[in-house]
Every structure is written in C-alpha cells, then in structure tokens.
Design a protein around this ligand. Structure first.
Ligand SMILES: NC(=O)c1ccc[n+]([C@@H]2O[C@H](COP(=O)([O-])OP(=O)(O)OC[C@H]3O[C@@H](n4cnc5c(N)ncnc54)[C@H](OP(=O)(O)O)[C@@H]3O)[C@@H](O)[C@H]2O)c1
Length: 504
C-alpha cells in the first residue's frame, strides 16, 4: 500500500504496543479510529479526541455496536487496516483461574477480534484493505502458567490461517507474533517485574516500529525479532515432535472401577468412545440430547457396562458451573464439538460464536473446574479432540479451525502443567470421520465411505490412552496431510480451497 493517508482502526490503543502504533500512524497523518475501554476523560494525549476515540470495552456484548456507531458518526465507510491488538493476559495455575476470568480473557483475545472482523469486513472490502491480528510467539510453546492465554492466541492463529485462504481475493489477512515486550500487560496479569527478564524485553515503541514495517510488507505471518523467530520455529517443529512421544509419566493408582468422563457422548465419535471405554470403565456421559443419551446408555448397559448421564448444554457457562459431577476420573475426554461451515462473512456471527463456546470455552471451563475440585486421578489421562485442521487451513470453517487450534495449544500447555501430577494429556487430530457431524458440514458426501469409522477412531484413542501417548493422528492419510500442511502449507491451502471451500 502507498503511504498516502489511510484510515486505520486499532483496538487496545490506550496502552503498550497499541498506543505506540497509534502514535506512529498519527505522525504519518493517517486518519485513526482508536478503540479502548477507558473513558476519554482519562486519556491525556492529544491523540485521543471525540473524533478519533471510540470507548468500547471488548469484554462486553455491546462492543461491536459501539465501534459501528462511532464509525457511522464519523462517516467512515471504509477502512484500510483493522489492527486487532487489544489483549489481556493471565499468569497462574489453570485451576486457580476464576471461570469469569477465563471467559473475559477469551472474549477480549479471541471472540472480539472475530466478532469485529465479521462486522468490519465490508469496510475493508471497500479498499481491498488488510486485517492484522496480533498474536504471540508464545503460541509455539507449551507454558504451564499461560495455558488460557496461549489457547486464546492460538485460536487467533487458526482463524487467520483459514480466513486468509477464504478472503484471498478480497482482503489481506496478516498474523503478527511479537515476543515478550516491556508493556503494562504483564503487571495487569499479576506478574511481578522481578520475576521476569524485564530489562531484556524490547520497548513497546521498538516493537511497534517493527510491527508497522511488517504491516507495510506483503508477508502473511511475521514473528517480531530474530530470537523470537528462532524460538517460534523451534517451538513449532520440536513442540510437535515432543507431542508425538509417549509421556514418561506412568499410570498408577486407578479408581476401582476405573471412571471415564466423556462430553458429547450420545452420538458420533463420543458414542463410539463411550462404548469402547465402557468395556473397562464406568462411563459418566455429558450431553445435551436426552433421547440419544438414553439410547447410548441403554446400549452400554446391554453390553454389561455401566453409565451415568448428566444432561448439560455446554455452551452455557452457568450450566457447566452447576454440573454435579461426583468422584474422580481416570480418563476425561473433551469430545463435544460443532462446526459452522460456509463463507465467514455470509454466516451469522451468532452461529459461529456458538462454535467457540462449545469447542473452546467449555473444555477450558470444565478442565478448570475438574482440576480445582481434584477430580482427575493421579496417573490418569486428559484427552482433547482437536482436528486435522490444526495442521492445514480450513477455509469455510475458520472459526471451527480457530477453536481447534486453541484447544491443541491449551493441551500442550496443560501437558507441562500436569506432568508433575502424573496426568497425561492426549491430543487427538481426527481427519474426516463417518459421523453425522461430518455429513452435516461437508459440501457433498460423495466420499463418505472413505471417512474413518468412529469405532476405529475410538479404538485408536483407547489404545493411545493406555499407552499414554501425547498425540494421535489416527490414520496414515491424516499423518500425510498433517506433514504436507506443515511443509507445504500453500499446497494444502489450495487443495482445501478446491475440494471444500469452492463447493460450499
Ligand atoms: N507485552 C508482551 O509481552 C506481549 C507479547 C506477545 C504478544 N502481545 C500481544 O500484544 C498486544 C498488545 O499488548 P501490550 O503488551 O501492548 O498490552 P497492554 O500494554 O496491556 O495494552 C493492551 C491494550 O488492550 C486494551 N484492552 C485490554 N482489555 C480490553 C478490553 N476489555 N476492551 C478494550 N481494550 C482492552 C488495554 O486497555 P487498558 O489500557 O485499559 O489496559 C490496552 O490498551 C496484545 O494482544 C498482547 O497479547 C504482548
């Protein structure tokens, strides 16, 4: 893009990197829309005026409307850049994080950028502009005390990767990954400067200058800083390598009978898992569908197994808090999931937000609750059903891709956090599986018979649990696709566009 005056929206413009970006772009004479949660009266810089500043708390439901109202008042009908920079941190043990804090963090770091993108795409299309998503280099790492933060930012990586393929002719999508920076974010997350390598972090101004240069370039993804680039690529490559190893922790002290908790256990992969694990475990199944849950329970009973049902809508935070789960579990499988397939801009944002609620927020909330109540047995396994989309872009399901990337990186951080407690964390990346889920979201079902059967997948997950694997790519085909996605992402993007997106 040229350096002529541009209209640039920056979220989180009141502090840190966002404030520095605002100063730099203002100095170039651009028209700015600065979004922040503080009242204008609390902002002293001349940068912030009723014309430039939009007060919108991104953790609140009215945030998108506030931004749209501001744009309408200022008669701004097109945008050149939308820079999603606002972010919140949390540092501490997973079980100590209050559920409301998990929800707020996800809302600001993951939901708000997706919701705002949906609302602002028409304005970006006017200029063939660019969407810039600020993530973090930490998303290539598993870090025990940063599990929720990393999940929230990894979801943004997955969203960017898939949406980019979808919007390629219309609007650019760029992912920027800074490393640790000397800003107020750490103190706001409750970290003491003395605990960090504070003086070695670059200043917000320096990082903002580099981000600005990155935005002016055509690069799809930019890691800020040489050391961070090294860290990111080592973390990505070796992180995945480490995941494939078996956990060195050993299974022990199992409850009698062994107990297995499965979400979404009434149908599809969840039902197959319930039937398989019921051979050796008492099943505690969570589902929203009473009729199907009763059928699965009856089938387990008929085979000599045992099962309790908890009816719960996992998209409802209050319902998760009220789940009365007794006792401890040897195996917990976060399986419940939905998708929303179609063009991101054409689907309603509400149906896409439900995907985040069920696929990402619910496992985070439930895991926190189980850990807080010490309901995971020492020697047990915590399993997350992610998706092959973690390795390949998934145009036409960018929010689903976001949720599954968030889950995969959450699992990687939890693996580090739970190792001292001898709890293994297994992440499963299924490809197309022959269930109603796949049938519902595929453009055509002509190749349904080539999809893996849920029973075969359940048998593999059972084996991986017993062997204490950390990662499962359940077929040779999925292993090949995953490798291709890592080594030649543009080839898999093209394939996904042709075989899925263009048929939607
Ligand atoms: N600092 C790092 O080490 C680091 C490393 C990697 C990535 N990042 C990412 O870089 C981005 C900027 O972080 P930073 O270090 O500059 O943090 P920061 O200094 O704390 O600034 C974050 C900005 O986001 C705003 N914000 C927070 N919650 C909000 C909400 N509910 N509604 C609206 N605005 C909200 C903050 O507002 P207030 O001024 O009111 O707090 C502030 O303007 C974040 O996305 C962060 O995750 C930072």
């Amino acid at each position: 893009m040229s350096t002529s005056q541009q209209t640039i929206l920056i979220t989180g413009a009141t502090d840190g990197i966002g404030l520095e970006l605002a100063r730099l772009y203002a100095a170039q004479g651009n028209q700015l829309v600065l979004v922040g949660r503080r009242p204008l009266s609390a902002l002293s810089e001349t940068l912030f005026t009723p014309q430039t500043y939009c007060q919108a708390d991104l953790s609140q439901a009215d945030a998108v409307h506030r931004v749209l109202d501001h744009l309408a008042q200022q008669q701004i009908e097109q945008l050149d850049y939308v820079i999603h920079n606002a972010g919140l941190g949390y540092v501490g043990a997973v079980e100590a994080q209050p559920p409301d804090n998990i929800k707020t963090l996800l809302q600001v770091n993951t939901y708000a950028p997706i919701q705002l993108t949906h609302a602002l795409l028409p304005l970006l299309r006017q200029t063939a502009g660019k969407l810039v998503l600020i993530s973090s280099v930490a998303t290539a790492l598993g870090m025990a005390d940063y599990a929720t933060y990393i999940a929230s930012k990894a979801a943004i990586n997955g969203f960017a990767r898939s949406l980019r393929v979808e919007l390629q002719d219309d609007v650019g999508v760029q992912l920027i990954l800074p490393g640790a920076t000397r800003t107020g974010m750490h103190a706001k997350a409750g970290v003491d400067k003395a605990q960090m390598d504070w003086d070695r972090f670059p200043s917000a101004e320096r990082v903002a200058q580099k981000i600005m240069r990155a935005i002016a370039s055509n690069r799809r993804q930019v890691v800020i800083g040489g050391t961070n680039r090294l860290l990111f690529s080592v973390g990505q490559q070796f992180g995945r390598g480490i995941d494939t190893l078996r956990s060195r922790t050993v299974a022990q002290s199992k409850s009698d009978p062994r107990r297995c908790l499965i979400t979404g256990f009434a149908d599809g992969i969840g039902r197959a898992l319930a039937l398989k694990f019921a051979e050796t475990h008492h099943i505690v199944g969570i589902d929203v569908d009473a009729e199907r849950a009763a059928v699965t329970k009856a089938d387990i009973d008929a085979r000599g197994g045992s099962c309790d049902i908890h009816l719960c809508d996992l998209t409802d935070q209050g319902a998760i808090a009220e789940l009365a789960l007794d006792g401890a579990f040897d195996v917990v499988i976060h399986n419940a999931g939905i998708s929303a397939a179609g063009h991101f801009a054409q689907m309603t944002i509400e149906e896409q937000i439900l995907v985040l609620d069920l696929n990402l927020q619910a496992p985070l909330l439930l895991t926190q609750q189980l850990l807080e109540k010490a309901q995971l047995c020492e020697g047990g396994t915590l399993t997350f059903i992610s998706s092959l989309s973690h390795f390949v872009s998934y145009p036409g399901a960018s929010v689903y891709g976001a949720s599954k990337d968030g889950l995969a990186l959450y699992a990687r951080s939890l693996a580090v956090a739970l190792k001292p407690r001898n709890i293994n964390v297994l992440t499963v990346f299924p490809g197309p599986t022959r269930t109603a889920h796949a049938r519902r979201y595929s453009p055509d079902n002509s190749r349904e018979q080539t999809r893996m059967s849920p029973d075969a997948l359940a048998a593999q997950i059972y084996r991986a649990t017993e062997r204490r694997q950390r990662q499962l790519l359940p077929s040779l085909a999925s292993r090949i696709v995953a490798r291709l996605g890592l080594v030649t992402p543009r080839v898999t993007e093209w394939l996904m566009r042709k075989t899925i997106f263009e048929k939607l």
